[in-house]
Design a protein around this ligand. Structure first.
Ligand code: URA
Length: 195
């Protein structure tokens, strides 16, 4: 099966999922957000969960946090269409609350399949939930540090398809009203230039 067909299969399953957030999705006429970008990307960004704009459009990071992500990508001259951007949780949690462990458990297997399809060399996590999930998935749970210490560090890990690097980053939403955090994110993004 081609990467496109495999991803389509994941998409169809996510769209048909009757899970912890599907009633909320249907009641609000929201979309599930699978992810977007190049299926051949070396870099995969993993956020937390769609916000309102994302659930309305079905596109990841298209609201205020997405604008920051776009600025950060531009600062390292990486075109957005050349990376792959997704989230752990594919449906919007009510009122943008943190995802529950049960939601991460329900949607995590879809993210795992997306990683296996794209086979990124670098997984850049956005925020502490995706950092925790990805570090544990790649057997680095034992060295998880608070994001205030882990951000910007490169961690070596072993994927089923070969060695990868994990780059924990602050969530762009945290930088919307915080210029110093945006400067930190900008500095941390520099690592993506050389990978
Ligand atoms: N925040 C996220 O974690 N993901 C999105 O897609 C948008 C905002």
């Amino acid at each position: 099966m081609s990467k496109f067909d495999e991803m389509k299969k994941v998409r169809d399953e996510v769209f048909a999922l009757i899970g912890p957030l599907s009633d909320y999705r249907n009641e609000n006429k929201y979309f599930a957000v699978l992810g977007e970008g190049s299926h051949d990307s070396r870099i995969m960004f993993v956020g937390e969960a769609p916000g309102r704009n994302e659930a309305k459009t079905g596109r990841p990071f298209c609201g205020a946090a997405g604008k920051i992500l776009d600025d950060l990508l531009a600062s390292v001259e990486i075109p957005r269409k050349e990376v792959y951007i997704t989230n752990i949780v594919k449906d919007r949690p009510p009122e943008n609350r943190d995802p529950l462990p049960s939601e991460i458990e329900a949607y995590g297997p879809f993210l795992n399949r997306q990683i296996d399809i794209i086979q990124p060399k670098v997984i850049a996590t956005l925020g502490r939930f995706s950092m925790d999930y990805i570090m544990r998935k790649f057997d680095l749970g034992f060295i998880i540090e608070p994001i205030s210490r882990a951000h910007g560090k490169l961690y070596d890990a072993q994927a089923s398809y070969g060695p990868i690097k994990i780059l924990p980053l602050y969530h762009p939403a945290a930088a919307i009203y915080n210029q110093s955090l945006k400067d930190t994110l900008k500095k941390d993004f520099q690592a993506l230039k050389v990978l």
